[in-house]
Design a protein around this ligand. Structure first.
Ligand code: OXD
Ligand code: MN
Length: 593
């Protein structure tokens, strides 16, 4: 147990409010996890997966399948601090509302206390949180996604600070009432952040980022505020290590909006001989300056919460091997004949008969998906065959390049390099992509998603851009170079122009060479592009015409973007940094020249 009085008092307060039947302090042991999994098998939440040792299949409530951005709030004292991209409510008003909802919300359930570390325990880049939840599903997922248990309490000590994360599925049980397999509250969902207090209150959902509060809520929304105050960066970025045939290595961080192939890139298998890529993380990067002036990054997470559909031996063999055991699968389909899970595109041919994510009998050709498009696996990072040897290094790894990008069928070339940190910040600030199933709402609509942080920035995005610019002015800083990539370019007749996946290593190779000072580039109106011979395309089946299109700058199309970027910038009002306006004006001028 702990002597941290702040924690002890908070647990007592929450217990008095939520009235659970029991309180369980999680020690993080295997035995504890086994007991919770057995409990969930007994109550119908989990079904063991015979083909994958230590793994379980789980189906959510049909109305609790994704992050709920319209129910997500940043409750800063001042409305202006939440900015135009967040829902805001006055903190006292929200607390009163939430007190009403949390009152008695854990009746008939156990309150689990999960001390967790985001990042290697004891790392100076890491931070501690404690999640109080009435969901055993959350406990076993948090055990994979973060470092939990007794050793975190030891690190916290009697006086350590922690981010307080309160979660309830919002489904109290009356005496004798039997539970459902996926308890949640269909009528009330609130994912609420109080940035000044470093606290999170989540009610009514048991799914993913709504309930595993270490992930988006802490590591991005609250941590972005901590980073602003502390002069560091908390970003929605994968981290990978790239080694050339001579054994030289760089680390790259990359921000893409949800479901843009981030996990695939994080675990990619290079197609070019002699090059090696290794994974540090697939979703979040925390970066702090070291005394050598470089930004060092850790992955605050310890597992992957990846989108299953589309993951295959072709698209991401390393993810497939990662989830071979000790994994949790939520909202995929189940193949009774094989005793295994299945999802769309996992195999070229679908099995003849499945139980769908809705629990219905499923056969090919019904027109319905067997797995929900946002179905997920939760898997330990250490099981990834290409996990980087430094992934647990408490010092983090030095970042040489930062990539932005998104799904853009037109206009945006395969890759280009920013002219400066300020220009790179501008590129990130206007980043755009088509929406996918990772967020509730319409799919396939292009939206501006600055630095891929639109749903994750815990404060005014105008101030966030200013913070990026300020980072660039840190005395003595040796900043990473910034690049913009687009794997999703299509031809006029709708063909993919670039094969993607492992072939993206060719682009990474050019980025490596740019960082080393050897890559050839030509300056254009939008930034540095590879010269026609700079990209290694040996053995690649991409026609010269397609390559030329991938590496071309269509000035008319870019000029047509300018009003859309101006409109996007207008949302940030007076807080939009002048440096970004200057970059936009300069871009327009260069395009018109
Ligand atoms: C995620 C997301 O789940 O970005 O990682 O939506
Ligand atoms: Mn993400």
């Amino acid at each position: 147990m702990t002597k941290n009085t702040k924690l002890l008092n908070w647990v007592s307060e929450v217990a008095a409010l939520c009235q659970p039947d029991n309180i369980h302090w999680c020690d993080g042991s295997q035995r504890e996890a086994d007991e919770l999994c057995a409990l969930m098998v007994k109550n119908g939440t989990f079904k063991p997966i015979p083909a994958r040792p230590g793994s379980f299949w789980c189906r959510s409530h049909a109305g609790d399948v994704a992050r709920v951005e319209d129910r997500t709030f940043i409750c800063s004292q001042d409305k202006d601090d939440a900015g135009p991209t967040n829902n805001w409510c006055e903190p006292a008003e929200m607390k009163a509302k939430l007190h009403g909802l949390f009152k008695g919300a854990m009746k008939g359930r156990t309150l689990y206390v999960i001390p967790f570390s985001m990042g290697p325990i004891g790392s100076h880049i890491a931070h501690i949180g404690v999640e109080l939840t009435d969901s055993p599903y959350v406990v076993v997922n948090m055990r994979i996604m973060t470092r939990i248990g007794a050793k975190v309490l030891t690190e916290l000590g009697a006086h350590g600070a922690f981010v307080a994360c309160l979660h309830s599925v919002g489904a109290p049980l009356a005496p004798g009432q039997t539970d459902v397999a996926w308890p949640c509250n269909p009528d009330h969902k609130y994912i609420v952040h109080f940035p000044e207090e470093h606290t999170i209150w989540s009610f009514g959902s048991g799914y993913g980022g709504n309930a595993l509060l270490g992930k988006k809520c802490f590591s991005l929304r609250i941590a972005s505020c901590m980073a602003r105050d502390g002069g560091w960066l908390a970003e929605h970025m994968l981290i990978l290590g790239l080694t050339n045939p001579q054994g030289q290595k760089i680390y790259i961080a990359a921000a893409f909006p949800s479901a843009c192939g981030k996990t695939n890139l994080a675990m990619l298998t290079p197609t070019i001989p002699g090059w090696k890529a290794e994974c540090i993380g697939d979703d979040i990067a925390w970066m702090k300056f070291h005394s050598d002036g470089r930004l060092y990054a850790i992955n605050p997470e310890a597992g992957f919460f990846g989108v299953a559909p589309g993951t295959s031996l072709h698209s991401n063999p390393n993810a497939i091997h990662t989830v071979a055991r000790n994994s949790i699968f939520t909202n995929v389909a189940f193949d009774e004949a094989k005793g295994d899970v299945w999802w769309e595109e996992m195999t070229a041919q679908s099995p003849a008969k499945l139980t769908s994510w809705l629990g219905e009998e499923w056969a090919p050709g019904t027109g319905k998906k067997a797995a929900h498009p946002n179905a997920r696996y939760t898997a330990p990072a250490e099981q990834c065959p290409v996990i980087d040897p430094a992934w647990q290094d408490p010092n983090g790894v030095p970042i040489s390049a930062i990539l932005f990008g998104g799904r853009r069928p037109t206009t945006v070339p395969l890759v280009f390099e920013a002219l400066s940190w300020q220009h790179g910040t501008f590129l990130g600030s206007q980043q755009s992509s088509e929406t996918t199933a990772a967020q509730a709402g319409a799919v396939g609509v292009a939206r501006r998603d600055p630095m891929a942080m639109l749903p994750f920035c815990g404060y005014h995005m105008g101030d966030y851009f200013a913070h990026w610019l300020k980072i660039g002015k840190t005395p003595g800083a040796k900043l990473p170079k910034i690049f913009y990539v687009n794997w999703f370019r299509k031809s006029a007749d709708g063909r993919w122009l670039w094969p993607g996946f492992g072939e993206n290593a060719r682009v990474l190779k050019w980025i490596f060479e740019r960082c080393a000072g050897t890559g050839k580039a030509v300056q254009t109106a939008i930034g540095w592009l590879p010269t026609p011979d700079a990209l290694d395309i040996s053995g690649l089946k991409v026609s010269n015409a397609d390559l030329a299109e991938l590496l071309s700058v269509d000035k008319a199309k870019w000029l047509a973007e300018i009003p859309a970027i101006r409109e996007h910038f207008a949302k940030f009002g007076a807080k939009l940094p002048k440096g970004l306006v200057a970059e936009l004006d300069a871009l327009e001028k260069r395009l018109k020249a």
